[in-house]
Design a protein. Structure first.
Lengths: 249, 249
């Protein structure tokens, strides 16, 4: 199939950036979106042009590296799918596809489609951990966890930290990410000692990084490749209120 | 490729983050966005309570001039003789003003953060998935505020009312919604519908901000937000339409 892509090109953070149109011919419908960009880049290199920079790593939907907004939707038109797992058969021959980076003040563009997501690292550093003795792993069943909590904690832990929630949010908010991290540690016994400081510190790091606030629009969960549920934001709000009360008493 | 094995092909991006790309760290700690939202939720609920009491009062118009005027005058004597005349009214007005200011101030801070969180807009951006109500919260709020100012000048101080007789509120209302003052009725209708949309998302959002986090709670919150908004809109609009159709004169 032959398509046209309009890709955001930006040489570095000081460049203003612009959309550039490229023709991509003879693409297999079974190629992934990233493989289509690989084909484009090979052609650009052979033509002596600068290839399009984009983040990618595992290409199997678990690392959270790929990050592009395709036709205005983070990770493209398929629900619960990362860009690397999106296949060209979901597009039509002759389509013109717009490809842009995540757009958020907290995620400055490094080059083309590559953004700096270290703001997420700062949120994790602020409280995305548990206090555990080092050494041999303890027997897994020594601390019983109710099945319901274990399931919800696992669901929250499937967040790969790609940042699609921020890219899609009309307020550029990172609440779904922070809520997932706060929930997955706060739901299990091992995460209780830091439960209060975790939510306060991670939220502070999130707000200080320049993300917007949540307005419960629900865009984040729609584009989330792991389908992190919006209800976790309610859980974060509740944890925050309890932590605030405990820290004042 | 015919360029020899030693040609360096630039396929990977330099992954070291240039310092300029890193978002400047904020020296000042931000007020928590969740705390601001809790303030909005609590003040919003206070204002909804007022709106419901006000609506019940308005509906007294269907019991005739005497009943309506008696109710309006009673507002000045609430809590007498414990408090001097009109004191309760002024305390309540003070409370409402504080709630409105806190609600708007928090909204302005959050709206400014949201717009700063996405300095570069998307070139291709489909309509946000969230409901119409969610998308119009900010401008809807502005319409409601303008209406409240007009409404106080019209039916509280009587400045903009054709009758403007404080002793006869019934006559003021009937004169207000006369057919030749169709623009007042139109503005009133527009504002009330705006309140309805504002509450449909606002109630649902407030409940989540205060910690609602289950799928069942989500359904109940959505349904009650819709019912409470519709009842409020119908209750308020029944008065001008009753005057226009001659049911009340």
């Amino acid at each position: 199939m032959d398509i046209q892509v309009r890709v955001w090109r930006q040489t570095d953070s000081s460049d203003k950036g612009r959309m550039v149109t490229y023709d991509v011919k003879d693409i297999s419908p079974d190629a992934s979106f990233l493989e289509m960009l690989d084909v484009l880049n090979e052609k650009l290199i052979l033509d002596g042009d600068d290839p399009v920079a984009f983040d990618h790593d595992c290409r199997e939907g678990i690392c959270g590296a790929c990050s592009m907004v395709i036709d205005g939707v983070a990770h493209g038109p398929e629900r619960a799918t990362t860009t690397c797992q999106l296949h060209m058969r979901h597009f039509k021959n002759g389509d013109v596809i717009d490809v842009e980076p995540w757009r958020a003040a907290a995620f400055p563009v490094i080059k083309d489609l590559v953004v700096d997501r270290s703001a997420f690292d700062r949120i994790i550093q602020a409280g995305g951990y548990i206090t555990a003795p080092t050494g041999a792993a303890p027997e897994a069943h020594s601390t019983p966890v109710p099945k319901k909590d274990a399931d919800l904690a696992f669901e929250a832990a499937t967040c790969i930290g790609c940042g699609a929630c921020v890219a899609a949010c009309p307020n550029g908010s990172a609440m779904l990410f922070t809520a997932a991290k706060v929930a997955h540690l706060g739901l299990v016994p091992q995460g209780q000692p830091e439960r209060d400081t975790r939510v306060l510190d991670m939220l502070q790091a999130q707000d200080d990084a320049g993300f917007g606030g949540c307005t419960n629009a629900g865009e984040c969960t729609t584009v989330c490749p792991k389908g992190i549920p919006l209800t976790l934001i309610g859980r974060l709000n509740s944890d925050y209120r309890k932590a605030l009360r405990n820290s004042n008493s | 490729m015919g360029q020899g094995l030693h040609t360096v092909i630039p396929v990977a991006v330099d992954t070291k983050v240039p310092q300029a790309a890193v978002a400047p760290s904020r020296s000042k700690k931000r007020t928590s966005s969740v705390l601001l939202k809790i303030i909005m939720a609590v003040t919003g609920i206070m204002l909804i309570l007022f709106l419901y009491l006000h609506m019940i009062g308005n509906l007294k118009i269907f019991f005739g001039e005497e009943a309506f005027d008696h109710y309006a005058h009673w507002l000045r004597t609430i809590a007498t003789p414990l408090l001097p005349k009109t004191w309760f009214l002024w305390i309540q007005r003070g409370g409402l003003t504080v709630a409105v200011i806190a609600h708007i101030a928090s909204a302005v801070i959050l709206a400014r953060r949201a717009s700063a969180a996405r300095p570069v807009k998307y070139v291709h951006r489909p309509k946000v998935q969230g409901s119409y109500a969610a998308r119009t919260m900010r401008w809807g709020g502005v319409i409601v505020l303008l209406f409240v100012i007009f409404h106080i000048l019209d039916l509280t101080t009587g400045t903009l009312n054709p009758v403007g007789d404080k002793a006869h509120p019934y006559a003021n209302v009937v004169a207000d919604f006369a057919l030749d003052r169709w623009y007042v009725t139109l503005f009133y209708t527009l504002a009330i519908v705006a309140v309805g949309f504002h509450l449909r998302h606002g109630i649902f959002s407030a409940v989540r901000t205060l910690g609602q986090q289950t799928a069942r709670g989500e359904r109940i919150a959505r349904a009650s937000a819709l019912v409470l908004s519709v009842v409020l809109v119908v209750g308020y609009l029944s008065v001008p339409f009753a005057v226009m159709t001659g049911l009340v004169d």
